[in-house]
Ligand binder design. Structure first.
Ligand code: ZN
Length: 99
């Protein structure tokens, strides 16, 4: 079972967001080859399952989840992220380079 934990909000950098933390683990893959079965392992990265909105800045559970899933990093530049936060009506307390 994943452990319940309190994490830092990626949008306002304050602790208080409830999440389940699933640690990284090795996943076995078995492939059939002529000489028998071959098992290889790949590492599954740890994952945070966000359970609550941020009580400090009001960031939504889904947005925090998206951030932890790497969607914000890949899709948005820092400026676009700030624009996104403005649209969500959040107070702008971010310092450059913090997220
Ligand atoms: Zn927050």
């Amino acid at each position: 079972m994943p452990a319940k934990t309190i994490i830092m909000c990626p949008f306002c950098s304050k602790e208080g967001v409830t999440a389940f933390h699933k640690p990284s683990y090795l996943q076995a893959h078995t492939s059939r080859i002529s000489a028998g079965a071959k098992t290889t392992y790949s590492r599954v990265p740890d994952k945070y399952l966000i359970q609550s909105d941020c009580p400090h800045c009001g960031a939504k559970q889904k947005d925090i989840q998206d951030w932890f899933d790497g969607k914000y990093k890949k899709k948005l530049s820092h400026e676009e992220r700030i624009e996104h936060l403005k649209k969500m009506g959040l107070p702008l307390v971010l310092k450059s380079g913090e997220i």
